[in-house]
Design a protein around this ligand. Structure first.
Ligand SMILES: Cc1cc2nc3c(=O)[nH]c(=O)nc-3n(C[C@H](O)[C@H](O)[C@H](O)COP(=O)(O)OP(=O)(O)OC[C@H]3O[C@@H](n4cnc5c(N)ncnc54)[C@H](O)[C@@H]3O)c2cc1C
Length: 304
């Protein structure tokens, strides 16, 4: 455990950093599960984020980046070391046909900002509940669009705290992956190139996608969205449905009756319930179809 001593050292070296100990991470995840963070820090500037990373690197303290927690299962034993929550870096601004957004901004808010500015290109993201940082990390996408379609540049920090400006091709975006994940970069800011368009048309598209999402997804329950990646040539949800798993429950976690690709927290589920259910789904689908479902959701932290 990294608590009192590391906390004092961190306070001394970065006095203006907001630091909490033993913060309950369930409050920060969409599944509403997960244990505690030894040290939970909230930088309010790029400089404070860079100093935190350099501190963790120099003192060999594990560092975990938390975005909006919509694609994470944090195990019930929590996270050792430092969890850096970047929510405060959420500025969004326009420059010509570009939008520059902080890593902590919600991609939904960026897409709404684009609508207000009559800029088209981010309509697909209007229902993705991640932060800009998480969306770049995952190359998030929906309904035929993905972040890399509109992203042109990102400001990141390396694992040692060095600031880099990366161009689109250096981000190596592909299906639900990017160099952010491969190279352990920490996103600070992203630049999106959009196109001027009719506001009404943008709004209509967003309304249409929202309606589709609300009719198909179990948004009334906590969840982490699609648990599994789409296996080439198949749909995870359909394979799960065909394996007869819809409604299957372990503890408080259930394969959604509305969308088999989702696992919902219907009754005080723990992260362990989620993981046991994921394993059961993988095993059953593999036995029935020969296809191994790979998780899209990131599972991190320690067992209890
Ligand atoms: C109801 C629901 C619907 C969803 N629909 C979609 C969808 O349509 N399409 C889709 O692609 N996804 C979807 N998701 C999943 C999720 O919203 C995306 O994967 C999103 O990009 C995750 O962003 P986040 O900020 O929540 O990341 P988190 O869950 O907080 O973290 C995910 C990963 O990103 C890393 N990360 C976060 N911020 C940064 C940063 N600044 N720098 C570096 N790494 C960072 C974390 O360390 C972690 O490894 C859905 C989720 C839910 C709950």
């Amino acid at each position: 455990m990294y608590t009192t001593q590391t906390m004092e050292q961190l306070k001394q070296e970065i006095p203006t950093l907001i630091i909490k100990t033993e913060e309950d991470l369930a409050a920060y995840t969409f599944t509403k599960t997960g244990g505690k963070a030894d040290l939970f820090v909230m930088p309010t500037s790029h400089d404070l984020a860079a100093k935190t990373i350099a501190f963790a690197h120099t003192n060999q303290i594990p560092l975990t980046i938390l975005g909006n927690g919509s694609n994470l299962i944090i195990k019930d034993g929590g996270i050792r070391g430092i969890v850096m929550y970047l929510d405060a870096l959420h500025a969004i601004k326009r420059e010509g046909t570009r939008i520059i957004a902080g890593c902590g901004a919600k991609i939904i808010d960026v897409s709404r900002f684009a609508l207000e500015e009559s800029l088209s290109g981010l309509e697909f993201a209007c229902g993705i509940p991640g932060s800009v940082g998480g969306a770049l990390y995952m190359n998030a996408g929906a309904y035929g669009g993905e972040i890399s379609d509109v992203l042109i540049e990102a400001t990141v920090l390396t694992a040692t705290g060095e600031l880099l400006h990366l161009q689109k091709d250096q981000l190596e975006a592909r299906y639900r992956k990017s160099s952010i994940a491969d190279k352990h970069y920490i996103v600070l800011e992203a630049v999106f190139e959009l196109e001027l368009a009719d506001k009404m048309q943008i709004r209509l598209k967003m309304d249409e996608l929202t309606e589709m999402r609300e009719s198909k997804q179990p948004l009334e329950y906590p969840s982490c969205g699609s648990v599994f990646k789409r296996p080439p040539g198949h749909f995870a949800g359909k394979l799960i449905q065909e394996a007869g798993l819809q409604g299957y429950q372990i503890g408080g976690a259930q394969v959604s009756k509305k969308h088999a690709g989702f696992i919902v927290n219907i009754d005080h589920a723990t992260a362990t319930d989620y993981m046991n259910l994921i394993e059961h789904v993988q095993k059953t689908v593999f036995e029935q179809s020969g296809i191994l479902l790979e998780t899209e959701v990131k599972i991190i932290g320690e067992d209890k």
